[in-house]
Design a protein around this ligand. Structure first.
Ligand SMILES: Cc1ncc(COP(=O)(O)O)c(C=O)c1O
Length: 388
């Protein structure tokens, strides 16, 4: 396998040569997709090479699926048995809600306004099964304090959804506090951590949530098609009615006579594993694990603070809240015309993205101070596109 990383590597300059995009661009868009590394490219090619040489490598694929499960588990300080390997957050969350009964008194799903569309849409789809969806909305500063959840959660609540980091604003939820509120009413608490995993340390032993999900596209540096769902032990006996043969207690039994889900969180797996995504996904997670999430998080915080200070100097309006634990790898800047701003930055080979009226600038292990200075210079040159 190519790729020049060594364990114990520090984030920043030393990593840049592993990510060819930095030869021609300032990449600040990991919130959409992590940059491609030499190692992840080599892993994707390994999949094709194996196919060419050996045809179906079923046993090896099953091994790869287990390697992905172990890698996800390691990143969140869980045991592999507590983790389902999924093809997307959507698949995991759909199988989770398929195991819940919304026909009785406890039929509410409480979602924050910052949930990703897939979580909101899956929640609303449960209206067909008797669920009622309650939205928790942000304060004027963009934060959603736990008290807003307390207003919405009661003994009718089956599930509370509080994304770890908002894909719209970069706001971080206080998951522990929200989980306490949910648990006091007997609800299950789900934290979609797609915008956090790989960039912020997540420890399921202390996080408070009962279910944590995410995937490899963004800060885990892999491709689309691979995700995970961790479930607290007490939830691993739920019975998902949305299922598949890889969720069976014995996938090679090939029985069509019954439903016998695996005794572990594997019961939330589905069909044939996402083989083409397992190779790049595990390779991307390897890079993150070698550098270490705590050191990535500290690196990102340094860059985010440099960016915020520069934005203040420019008089820009920042949509991301400023409290110590309220922001992570993505900083959002309010723009008068966000698409025009993204295009203006792209002319300078600076890659960013937008949501709502915000420019999204996201930071990861390969970014350096020069990237921040470059984007600040470009924003200065485009001041009319910044909302004051
Ligand atoms: C917070 C969050 N959740 C989920 C997703 C994606 O969900 P899925 O894996 O179902 O495509 C994304 C990004 O695309 C996201 O930002």
């Amino acid at each position: 396998m190519t790729g020049g990383l060594t364990p114990g590597l520090t984030p920043g300059k030393a990593l840049r040569s592993e990510f060819p995009i930095f030869e021609h661009a300032t990449y600040l868009n990991s919130c959409s997709q992590g940059a491609l590394s030499l190692r992840v490219r080599a892993a994707a090619e390994e999949w094709l090479d194996g196919w060419d040489e050996n045809g179906a490598e079923w046993e090896f694929w099953v091994e790869r699926n287990e390697a992905a499960r172990t890698a996800f588990a390691g990143l969140i300080h869980a045991a592999p048995d507590e983790v389902a390997v999924t093809t997307s957050v959507s698949q995991g969350v759909s199988s989770l809600v398929s195991a819940l009964d919304f026909s009785g008194e406890r039929n509410r799903i409480v979602i924050s306004e910052y949930e990703f569309p897939t979580v909101g849409q899956i929640a609303h789809a449960q209206a067909l099964r008797g669920a009622e969806v309650v939205h928790v909305t942000p304060e004027a500063d963009g934060s959603i304090p736990p008290e807003r959840f307390a207003d919405a959660v009661d003994e009718r609540t089956a599930l509370v959804c509080c994304t770890a980091v908002s894909f719209r604003t970069g706001n971080r939820h206080d998951i522990s506090a929200i989980a306490e509120i949910g648990h006091a009413s007997g609800a299950i608490v789900l934290a979609d951590s797609y915008q956090a995993i790989g960039a912020l340390e997540l420890d399921v032993r202390t996080l408070g949530a009962d279910v944590v999900t995410g995937g490899t596209v963004k800060y885990l540096l892999g491709s689309a098609g691979l995700g995970f769902m961790w479930l607290r032990g007490s939830l691993q006996s739920l019975l998902p009615t949305q299922t598949g043969w890889f969720a069976d207690e014995d996938i090679f039994a090939m029985s069509i006579a019954d439903y016998s889900p695996h005794s572990s969180a594997r019961r939330f797996d589905s069909g044939t594993p996402p083989v083409p995504s397992l190779y790049p996904g595990t390779a991307g997670m390897e890079i993150v694990a070698e550098v270490g999430v705590p050191s990535i998080e500290a690196h990102i915080r340094g860059l985010a603070d440099r960016l915020l200070a520069g934005l203040d100097d420019l008089g820009a309006t920042v949509a991301t809240p400023r409290g110590k634990d309220e922001y992570g790898p993505m900083i959002c800047v309010v723009s008068t015309d966000p698409n025009a701003l993204v295009a203006a930055l792209a002319e300078r080979q600076i890659v960013t993205s937008t949501r709502d009226s915000n420019l999204r600038v996201s930071l990861h292990l390969y970014n350096v101070e020069e990237d921040i200075d470059r984007v600040l210079d470009a924003l200065n040159a485009n001041r009319p596109l910044l909302a004051s």
